[in-house]
Design a protein around this ligand. Structure first.
Ligand SMILES: Cc1cc2nc3c(=O)[nH]c(=O)nc-3n(C[C@H](O)[C@H](O)[C@H](O)COP(=O)(O)O)c2cc1C
Length: 370
């Protein structure tokens, strides 16, 4: 409440990326102070422990990739009650990203458009920082292709990032779905994706043997909402063959068709990925579709336009067993995880389910068609 009536109006007077940097720096400034001030208030979970791909999550609501690309505020973000954080996307080579301005607010639509272009300090700097400051929750690390590396050499570039973040990651998310790196989304084509994932899983097995780990590091792929049914089908076959731990859907969309904001204004913002409320229906449908294609056998992380427990419930009933938020966090503020968890618990009970796991995918057939 305080956020929406006081802090958000102030932050929204600043250019979007300046507001983001201010929030991130404030959070990174004194993690111990944040942890002491917040205590366990944001961390109570009404779900007990959740087991997903060999990891234990304190609650199903995670922070989506792109918010803390360099892992500078992970401890404070964990104190806000996220069940997990996907840091990054990091690239092997440090890079500045696209020219500013590259982030735009569409308040009328509760949405954002961004063309950040993977601005980050590089995988090595990330790993070094996280070694010193681990968050008190599951940590996923998203890896992407460096802009200077041609698409033909993408596999080698991802392999290098993978090896660097391997020691600090609880899982790795392979980002092949950002619309802001030229041609990146082509890596979602079945044959290219298979080559990439096979190479990563081979390296994963080598590193596990080297480190004396009995299991592979969970490897997930993050998908675009702009793919067609046939493409999802082929991707699921690749994911199953390559023994992925799960799929994440969805990244931002290039579709602008569901917006209330004046179209001339939207055009003036230019190219980029759209996130937030207008993405919700499509992202939920993609999750339902993936749930049906995998027959519920592969964990799915649902992301796109989740602002409330009702949105979260739709994603769970479509087939997501974990959730992520980004734009909702910007618009609703730091109590969003707590609010979603508490109210989601109530919704699940009111529908007659005894646990969250029991509810996963209960409306997948219906929601895949909408
Ligand atoms: C400013 C911004 C930067 C993002 N950067 C990344 C990124 O680096 N890697 C990634 O996988 N997704 C990135 N995303 C996409 C989000 O992780 C998420 O998939 C998308 O925003 C949909 O969720 P939302 O509607 O809750 O925001 C970014 C989104 C925004 C708004």
């Amino acid at each position: 409440m305080l956020y929406r009536s006081l802090l958000r109006p102030l932050l929204f007077r600043l250019p979007p990326e300046t507001a983001h940097e201010l929030a991130l720096h404030s959070l990174s400034f004194a993690p111990n102070l944040t942890k002491t001030l917040l205590g366990d208030r944001f961390k109570r979970s009404p779900f007990g422990k959740l087991r997903r791909f060999g990891l234990t999550f304190s609650n199903p609501v995670g922070l989506a990739a792109g918010f803390d690309k360099d892992g500078v505020a992970l401890e404070s973000l964990a104190a806000l009650g996220f069940g997990f954080i996907e840091a990054g996307t990091v690239t092997y080579h440090p890079q500045p990203g696209n020219k500013r301005p590259r982030l735009f607010r569409l308040p009328q639509d509760k949405a954002l458009i961004n063309r950040a272009g993977f601005n980050n300090h590089g995988a090595a700097a990330f790993a070094q920082r996280v070694k010193r400051n681990r968050p008190d929750c599951v940590l996923g690390v998203s890896i992407g292709k460096s802009k200077v590396v041609p698409l033909a050499d993408a596999v080698d570039d991802y392999l290098k990032s993978f090896a660097v973040v391997y020691p600090v990651a609880d899982y790795v998310a392979v980002n092949v779905s950002s619309p802001n790196t030229p041609r990146l989304r082509e890596l979602q084509q079945a044959h290219q994706l298979e080559e990439l994932l096979q190479a990563l899983q081979t390296r994963n097995a080598e590193l596990a043997a080297q480190e004396g780990r009995s299991a592979l590091l969970p490897l997930l792929v993050k998908l675009s909402p702009d793919l067609g049914q046939e493409e999802f089908k082929e991707i699921v076959e690749v994911a199953q063959r390559q023994r992925l731990a799960g799929l994440i859907a969805a990244n931002t969309t290039t579709d602008r068709s569901r917006l209330q904001t004046d179209s001339r204004q939207v055009e003036a913002y230019g190219a980029g990925g759209l996130s937030g409320a207008p993405l919700k229906q499509r992202a939920t449908q993609v999750i339902a579709n993936l749930y049906n294609l995998t027959q519920g056998a592969m964990p799915l992380i649902g992301v796109g336009g989740i602002f409330t427990a009702e949105d979260a419930w739709e994603m769970i009933s479509a087939g997501a067993s974990l959730l992520q938020i980004y734009t909702g966090f910007i618009y609703e503020g730091p109590t969003i995880t707590r609010d979603i968890n508490e109210n989601l618990r109530r919704i699940i009970s009111s529908k007659g389910f005894v646990s969250l796991d029991e509810a996963v995918g209960c409306r997948a057939k219906e929601l895949a068609g909408c």
